[in-house]
Design a protein around this ligand. Structure first.
Ligand SMILES: *Cc1c(COP(=O)(O)O)cnc(C)c1O
Length: 410
């Protein structure tokens, strides 16, 4: 089965108690048992069952199953947000004294989290360039994980997953990839060698802009050495599943960042149309980028443009797609604001991955707390406009942006 057929007719879409076509919404906090003996078995993991929705819930489990299959993983765990997923995944493998190597130009919240982790004794080394050579020179015996975003935004740097996984694995370190802006339709990082994939499901997986969520998918292939990864010492007996078991029965459960059942349902429905949406969104983004590139005083950053430094990854790693985000430089902050304010369809909002085209001036919003150097490494300048392209008709989008640029110059 190909992508869309599998989404709609694959294993995940079957087996609900009353033959429901979609996972029923178990909007409950707790589950009732007929005998104490039975509940005891559930708590001891001797019987499959649900007890309390922070720890497990059938609606959430259906969504976990779906994402696990979409990414080709061995286990998936849903979280209350993308940030909650990044936090739980990192805390499962790092303890005080450990180090993380992270790419530059990451999502602002993730950079903030790395700063917070310093106070817990977990140090992050930022690699301005996630090249094999550079990362090799930064790895030491304290390094416990390499973390990168598959497609960073708005810089649109592409992580070479195969190369980075090889470098990390040689040193006995796993590679964690935040694949939020790529989605499994564009790339499956686990199949390229990554060990753990993280998504903010708030974005493209949900797709409709109606709920916050996150997910961690474990490839289940990394050979954990618990002498090195002491954070997993108690979970040694689970072998390659040590990370998943630590998350599920320990750090994730205790941090308490579970996904809400209703959000799991909404996001599940969202993923039904993931392929359809991504195809349309990438097509629109490609057309809009090429149209913007024709306009005077507009410098466009989009992966399918020949001028983009990561252009070759579109065919090699991204299934032929450039993703749904593009950015452009307008020459000045004033002109950027004028263009944004003149747009008729693009909505001014701080989000990506909606059905609607969203637009924002990152320097004065998302990066307001970031210093200039970090900001520029993230591809954000005073005159940068970020566009999260939606599913509108491409011709309307092109006309809207063209008119806005013209009217800004009047
Ligand atoms: C939005 C986002 C996050 C954080 O997700 P939330 O659901 O907002 O907590 C993390 N990484 C990337 C790449 C994102 O775009």
């Amino acid at each position: 089965m190909l992508f869309n057929t599998e989404l709609l007719h694959g294993k995940t879409s079957q087996g609900y108690a009353s033959g429901e076509i979609l996972p029923p919404v178990s909007q409950v906090s707790a589950f009732r048992y007929e005998s104490m003996e039975e509940l005891e078995k559930v708590f001891a993991h001797k019987k499959m069952g649900y007890a309390y929705s922070r720890i497990g819930n059938p609606t959430i489990a259906s969504f976990e199953q779906r994402i696990k299959e979409l990414e080709g993983g061995a286990g998936a765990i849903c979280c209350s947000s993308g940030m909650s997923a990044v936090t739980a995944a990192l805390l499962a493998v790092c303890e005080s004294g450990d180090e993380i190597i992270a790419g530059s130009g990451l999502y602002g919240g993730t950079i903030g989290l790395f700063h917070d982790l310093e106070k817990l004794g977990i140090h992050t080394v930022f690699a301005h360039d996630l090249s094999a050579e550079n990362v090799k020179s930064l790895i030491n015996e304290k390094t416990k994980v390499v973390f990168g975003e598959l497609i960073s935004n708005p810089a649109l740097k592409v992580l070479d997953v195969t190369e980075m996984a090889a470098v990390a694995h040689e040193a006995g370190i796993p590679l964690f990839v935040d694949s939020t802006s790529a989605t499994p339709y564009i790339a499956k990082p686990l199949s390229l060698g990554a060990d753990v994939v993280i998504h903010s499901t708030s974005k493209y997986l949900n797709g409709g802009g109606n709920s916050i969520g996150g997910v961690i998918v474990d490839g289940g292939k990394f050979k954990w050495n618990t002498e090195k990864h002491k954070a997993l010492a108690e979970f040694k007996k689970y072998g390659p599943m040590a990370f998943s078991v630590r998350l599920r029965t320990d750090i994730w459960e205790n941090l308490g960042g579970c996904m809400a059942p209703f959000n799991a349902f909404l996001t599940y429905i969202g993923t039904d149309t993931l392929g359809l949406r991504m195809e349309r969104i990438c097509h629109n983004a490609d057309r809009l980028a090429h149209a913007l590139a024709e306009l005077d005083g507009i410098e466009v950053n989009y992966l399918t443009l020949d001028s983009h430094p990561c252009h070759e990854y579109v065919e090699n790693e991204l299934n032929g797609f450039g993703g749904g985000i593009l950015s452009f430089r307008a020459g000045s902050k004033e002109r950027a604001f004028k263009i944004i304010d003149s747009l008729k369809y693009a909505v001014i909002a701080s989000n990506i991955g909606d059905l609607r085209t969203l637009v924002i001036h990152p320097a004065s919003t998302l990066y307001i707390q970031t210093n200039k150097e970090e900001m520029e490494l993230a591809g954000v300048y005073e005159d940068t406009v970020r566009v999260s392209v939606g599913i509108e008709d491409a011709d309307d989008l092109i006309a809207d942006f063209t008119e806005a640029v013209k009217s800004a110059d009047q």
